[in-house]
Design a protein around this ligand. Structure first.
Ligand code: AMP
Length: 218
């Protein structure tokens, strides 16, 4: 697979490791990660209209309305750094978004290469999310037990302060997983029918999962 064809979707429930694996793929293939969750959080931080509208949905773990998300993704995918490929993380999350993405890609004359679906048990996801800590500055993700920073509360990479996402508390996590199972699993079938779905075991260490993903992208 050559670089200009690297149009990838990283798919999976919250806590499956999409963000962590995306960071590695960015460096390997020189393509941007487009995380709808990150873009929304950035908008909330800046206090934009989009950020304000998204806030209540995000705090309860519900999906932000499709028209807001779809427009946001179209704008991002039209930027020149996506021309040699991209990694979509957290989008599409339901069939409506998947169909809209097809339309965007048609308009941009692009094709999806692979949808990598990371599969992890719910019990493990809850453990992963409740211990997750994220750097305020560079966005790198840690885990208090499985992947701790050298100095508590401080990012190894940039020295930034680590924080817990407000939607990583257990009650919200459970709702996010419910929403995932209800709305998102239909997307799997959508891409299975297009023969571009690759299910990858997301259990195990970051390195193990990374090797499985690279095997698929070979
Ligand atoms: P994430 O960082 O991907 O776990 O997303 C955090 C939250 O942002 C989700 O619980 C949703 O409220 C919202 N969000 C992110 N991506 C989408 C999407 N594609 N469609 C709707 N809502 C989204």
């Amino acid at each position: 697979m050559t670089n200009d064809m690297m149009n990838i979707i990283l798919f999976g429930p919250p806590g499956a490791g999409k963000g962590t694996q995306a960071k590695f793929l960015i460096e390997k293939f020189f393509i941007p990660q487009i995380s709808t969750g990150d873009i929304l959080r950035e908008n909330r931080k800046k206090g934009t209209e989009l950020g304000k509208e998204a806030e209540k949905y995000m705090e309860s773990g519900e999906l932000v309305p499709a028209d807001l998300i779809n427009r946001m993704v179209e704008k991002r995918l039209s930027q020149s750094d996506c021309e040699s490929g991209f990694i979509l993380d957290g989008y599409p999350r339901n069939t409506e978004q998947a169909i809209y993405l097809d339309d965007i890609l048609k308009r941009l004359n692009r094709k999806l290469k692979a949808v990598i679906s990371l599969v992890v048990d719910d019990e493990k996801l809850i453990k992963r999310l409740s211990g997750r800590r994220i750097c305020k500055q560079c966005g790198i993700s840690y885990h208090v037990i499985f992947n701790p920073s050298k100095q508590e509360g401080i990012c190894d990479s940039c020295g930034g302060e680590l924080y817990t996402r407000s939607d990583d508390q257990e009650s919200t996590v459970k709702n996010r997983l419910r929403v995932y199972h209800e709305q998102t699993s239909t997307v799997i079938e959508f891409y299975r029918n297009k023969n571009i779905l690759f299910e990858v075991d997301g259990n195990g260490s970051v390195d193990e999962v990374r090797s499985r993903i690279l095997e698929v992208l070979k």
